[in-house]
Design a protein. Structure first.
Length: 292
C-alpha cells in the first residue's frame, strides 16, 4: 500500500501522517506546490505508486466565504474543484480517494432532534456548507462511474495544532487563550453538534482503510453531542479555572454566516468513537505534559 496525503500540515493532516506512517509515500501541503495547478498535481501524482489519495485540504473560513468574493471563489476551488479533479484522477487510475467533509452540509431543515444519517439530504445554511456540498456532489458523480471512495463527514475539530501557515486554533485552544486574558466570557449555548479529536479521527480513518470498508459516506466524530457553552463549562471545570461564563443565544453573536442550530452526525456504519470529554481529557493531559 502506498498513500498520498494532501493538506499534510493542517490540524488533521498532521495526525493523518502519524496514523498512516507505515504506508505513507508522500505528504504534501500548499507550501510544497499549488494543489490548484491540476496539471502540476497530476504530474506529481503520476510519479508515485499511490493506492490511496487522502484529501485533507480545504477552505474553512466560514464567515469569509459569505461576503468576500475572493474567499468564496477560493472556497469553491478548494472544496469543489480539487475533490472533482482528485475523483477524476482516482477513477482513471483505479485507486481510492478519501475526502473530508463537514456537518455544515446540514442544518437547513430546522431539525432539532434526530441526528443526520449518512444518506440524509444535504441542506446547508451558509456558503461554506454549500461549497462542501458541491464537492460531495462531484465525488458522487464519479461514484456512479465506479469510483472507490470514502467521503468522511466530521465536525468541530480539536487537538494538537498543525504546522501550516493557515491552521486555526480549535474552540478549546481559543477558550484557554481567552481565559488568560479575561475574567468573563460569553459563549453560545446552542448550535448542537459533536466535537472531534483529530488523533481519534485520523486513527478511525486509518482503520476504515485497513478494514477495506465498503465505499461510501461515513460520519466520524466523537460521541455525545453538546453546545459550545456546555463544552466550555466542562473545559474550565477540568482546568479548575474560576471565571464567569455567560450563555448567550446564537442570534446575539454577530457573524457574517449563519450556523446550523443542529448538525449532529449519526455514525451508523462504523464503531462509535469515544466521548469528546474523554478525548478532551487526553488532550489537556498532553498539553500539561508539554508545559502548556
Amino acid at each position: 500500500m502506498s498513500i498520498i496525503i494532501l493538506g499534510s500540515q493542517g490540524n488533521l493532516g498532521q495526525q493523518l501522517k502519524k496514523a498512516f506512517v507505515n504506508e505513507l509515500e508522500a505528504a504534501w501541503d500548499h507550501v510544497d506546490f499549488d494543489f490548484l495547478d491540476f496539471k502540476l498535481l497530476a504530474k506529481k501524482l503520476d510519479k508515485t505508486q499511490t493506492s490511496l489519495i487522502i484529501n485533507a485540504a480545504a477552505y474553512n473560513a466560514v464567515d469569509n466565504c459569505e461576503n468576500d468574493e475572493e474567499a468564496k471563489v477560493l472556497a469553491y476551488k478548494l472544496n469543489r474543484d480539487l475533490p472533482a479533479f482528485l475523483a477524476n484522477y482516482a477513477l482513471e487510475k483505479g485507486i481510492k480517494l478519501m475526502h473530508y467533509s463537514t456537518d455544515y452540509v446540514f442544518g437547513g431543515d430546522n431539525r432539532l432532534t434526530r441526528p443526520y444519517q449518512e444518506l440524509d439530504q444535504a441542506c446547508p445554511v451558509n456558503e461554506y456548507g454549500r461549497s462542501k456540498v458541491a464537492g460531495e456532489k462531484e465525488i458522487a458523480k464519479r461514484a456512479l462511474l465506479g469510483l472507490e471512495y470514502y467521503l468522511v463527514r466530521t465536525s468541530k475539530l480539536f487537538g494538537p495544532l498543525g504546522s501550516g501557515n493557515f491552521v486555526k486554533p480549535s474552540f478549546f485552544d481559543l477558550m484557554m487563550k481567552l481565559a488568560k486574558e479575561r475574567d468573563t466570557l460569553q459563549v453560545i449555548d446552542g448550535e448542537l453538534s459533536c466535537f472531534t479529536y483529530t488523533p481519534d479521527l485520523a486513527q478511525a480513518s486509518w482503520q476504515l482503510y485497513k478494514d477495506q470498508a465498503p465505499r461510501g459516506i461515513y460520519h466520524l466524530s466523537n460521541s455525545e453531542a453538546t453546545t459550545w457553552h456546555e463544552a466550555a463549562l466542562y473545559l474550565f471545570q477540568k482546568l479548575k479555572l474560576e471565571l464567569r461564563l455567560e450563555a448567550i443565544k446564537s442570534e446575539d453573536w454577530t457573524r457574517a454566516a449563519l450556523r446550523p442550530n443542529f448538525s449532529v452526525l449519526a455514525n451508523t456504519r462504523r464503531p462509535l468513537l469515544r466521548s469528546w470529554r474523554e478525548a478532551l481529557d487526553e488532550y489537556l493531559k498532553s498539553l500539561t505534559e508539554n508545559n502548556y
